[in-house]
Design a protein around this ligand. Structure first.
Ligand SMILES: NC(=O)c1ccc[n+]([C@@H]2O[C@H](COP(=O)([O-])OP(=O)(O)OC[C@H]3O[C@@H](n4cnc5c(N)ncnc54)[C@H](O)[C@@H]3O)[C@@H](O)[C@H]2O)c1
Length: 279
């Protein structure tokens, strides 16, 4: 196989880490860019120990200059970028009625601006190559009215929208674009992750986890393998685990029915988390 390079934001943890490990096993050189620089270096080190090619770079995706610099350094070193996984993301849970301005800004800055800055920095490289694949991590929350975490839902709907438009535009330059929509994957983001938050006290964690368990969280490595098969097929919207397609089918068939369904589920979440909510 020709030498391929993947640039992965949020590559230090969870989905980004699993994608990096899988890609490295397939012989792809992986570039891990994360705000958690030391953790990214640990992951890169483990990949190198296992015989793969990996490097780690400190990157806060909210900083467009830093993003451009890390991409420029990568291209100067590797000569190309074949995959951009615009994957870094955070979640801030809670009801919109209780949101602060920071609950909006923190999420939109990472999940929307961070993705846009990645496109700004890497898309010109791929256009010049006449090839490449940009995979923007959205979520099923970018396709469905899942309730809770309004800023997260807004950010992920934005990622789906920008990915669709970019896919249409980029085709003429030989560049592929997909929106990746994970269901529930067992990663630190389930409890807020390093830079996100649940807006709930620690005592609520067991209840939150039992709610997540009902949605059958997938192991990140299994998720990464299934995702990469769909990336290879150039699917426009990648849904993994695939049983979540059923919810998306209902959403397209009848948005009203979907709203009813998610309203029912939200009611249940509300009841279970009510004892922990700030008044
Ligand atoms: N795990 C799930 O169930 C799930 C479901 C749908 C979508 N997603 C999305 O998948 C992506 C990866 O999340 P994950 O589940 O692996 O969570 P995670 O918390 O394990 O990983 C997120 C990574 O992003 C990094 N990051 C956060 N803010 C950053 C910033 N400003 N700059 C650079 N890096 C930053 C973190 O350091 C971390 O390494 C996110 O976009 C998330 O919204 C996850």
């Amino acid at each position: 196989m020709a030498h391929k390079v993947a640039f992965i934001t949020g590559g230090a943890s969870g989905i980004g880490r699993a994608l990096a490990e899988e890609l490295a096993e397939q012989g792809v050189e992986v570039v891990l860019a994360d705000r958690q620089a030391a953790l990214a270096e640990e992951v890169a080190h483990a990949i190198r120990q296992a015989g793969g090619k990996a490097s780690a770079h400190e990157l806060d995706v909210r900083d467009p200059q830093q993003f451009q610099r890390v991409v420029d350094e990568t291209v100067a070193r590797t000569g190309r970028i074949d995959y951009l996984f615009n994957n870094a993301g955070i979640g801030v849970a809670g009801e919109i009625a209780k949101y602060t301005l920071a609950d909006w800004d923190d999420v939109l800055d990472v999940n929307v601006r961070g993705v846009a800055y990645g496109v700004q920095a890497v898309y010109p490289v791929m256009r010049a190559q006449g090839s490449g694949h940009i995979i923007n991590t959205a979520s099923m929350t970018g396709l469905l009215p899942t309730g809770e975490a309004g800023s997260y839902a807004a950010s992920k709907h934005a990622v789906v929208g920008l990915s669709k438009v970019l896919r249409v535009e980029a085709k003429q330059h030989g560049v592929r674009v997909s929106a990746l929509c994970p269901g529930v994957i067992r990663t630190p983001i389930m409890l807020g992750g390093k830079y996100g938050r649940t807006n709930l006290p620690p005592e609520a964690e067991p209840t939150m986890m039992s709610l997540w368990e009902q949605l059958k969280p997938m192991d990140p490595r299994v998720f990464a393998r299934k995702t990469l098969r769909k990336v290879a097929r150039n699917a426009p919207i990648i849904i993994v685990p695939s049983w979540w397609n059923l919810f998306w089918f209902v959403e397209r068939l009848s948005p009203r029915l979907s709203l009813w369904l998610w309203g029912k589920l939200y009611g249940r979440i509300q009841r279970e988390l009510a004892p922990y909510r700030p008044q």
